[in-house]
Design a protein around this ligand. Structure first.
Ligand SMILES: Nc1ncnc2c1ncn2[C@@H]1O[C@H](COP(=O)(O)OP(=O)(O)OP(=O)(O)O)[C@@H](O)[C@H]1O
Length: 305
């Protein structure tokens, strides 16, 4: 088995202040494999930025371990050479062109000067490379930020809220760019977001973080599949319900029932109902999107608290 590119083990952070401590991150353990696009998903204040700052070595953890490419980050900043990041949308000189900004960064970092044209092409900014960043849209700035993150040809790209503040077209461009980083350039991508819809479309796997703790980790596929169901309209409904309940969980909802069965099981649902003399008026697959799943998870959490 290949080593994970990124591994967090029982990671924790307490911010100490005059009035005591704030536990911003607690017992976070996740591992990200090579070539994955991994989403770190949670509402505002959940601890996403704190985690990202720790794994970029900007602040130190209060507990736990960070391993990058199988090596501990602690006392080993050299391992960060293989990491590129976009945090806070990237900071650029507004009166310099996109190209000049990348040249300045390449000089500061001592890497990437020879790759600037290719990077501008990769992020779709070749035509605007000579324009001042001042006139760039938010989406263009974010994409320039991604180009900057790629200057050192990193194996792991960390993007903090990469689609924040973008319009629909900008989101679409960023989504394609992120997917292509993994698919065409072999990068591993770790991104944070509070925009569930975006994460659903761009990530292979996600961790949902709430109040500093990971409350669920799953592939997008599994997460959605777990919440699949079949919406049934039948008569008599009560009889249908008791027949279904012999085999599957049900959620009655007005004059329909949500059967917690997969689409593959639909024929069997039908057979059982027809066998019991029940009339079926409709049976449609229903899939909650990640947003609803996420809301139900965070609401369950809040209710438990
Ligand atoms: N420097 C700091 N000092 C004290 N508390 C902090 C500091 N930075 C963050 N926090 C607190 O830690 C918790 C997690 O914040 P963090 O910024 O990591 O969350 P987030 O998920 O990135 O949210 P957002 O999307 O709003 O930035 C919050 O309660 C926040 O108020």
């Amino acid at each position: 088995m290949t080593l994970p590119v990124l591994e967090l083990v029982d990671l924790g952070k307490v911010y100490r202040g005059r009035k005591g401590g704030v536990q911003a991150v607690k017992d976070v353990s996740i591992s990200v494999g090579a070539g994955e696009v991994y989403g770190f998903l949670g509402p505002n204040g959940a601890g996403k930025s704190t985690t990202i700052r720790m794994l970029l070595g900007l602040i130190s953890p209060s507990a736990g371990e960070i391993h990058l490419f199988g090596e501990p980050l602690r006392n080993n900043p050299a391992v960060l050479r293989r990491v590129g990041s976009l945090v806070d949308g990237g900071a650029f000189y507004p009166f310099l062109s996109g190209r000049k900004n990348l040249e300045v960064l390449a000089r500061t970092h001592g890497a990437g000067a020879d790759r600037i044209d290719a990077l501008l092409e990769q992020v779709g900014l070749s035509d605007s490379a000579k324009r001042r960043v001042k006139g760039y849209s938010t989406g263009m700035r974010q994409r320039l930020g991604v180009a900057a993150a790629l200057l050192g040809d990193p194996d792991l790209v960390i993007l903090d809220e990469p689609v924040n503040g973008l319009d629909a077209a900008g989101i679409q461009e960023m989504r394609l760019l992120i997917r292509s980083l993994a698919a065409d350039h072999g990068k591993t991508v770790f991104l944070s977001s509070h925009l569930l819809h975006e994460v659903q479309q761009v990530c292979d796997r996600i961790a949902i973080i709430s109040r500093g703790e990971v409350i669920r980790e799953a592939t997008i596929r599994d997460l959605l599949a777990a919440d699949e169901g079949l919406r049934l309209q039948a008569a008599p409904l009560e009889l249908a319900r008791s027949v279904i309940e012999e085999r599957w969980a049900v959620e009655p909802d007005g004059d329909t029932i949500l059967v917690r069965a997969t689409q593959d099981e639909a024929p069997e649902v039908v057979r059982r109902l027809v066998g019991a003399g029940i009339d079926i008026f409709g049976l449609t697959p229903e899939r909650r999107n990640l947003e609803e799943v996420f809301l139900s998870i965070t609401q369950e959490e809040a209710a438990d608290a």
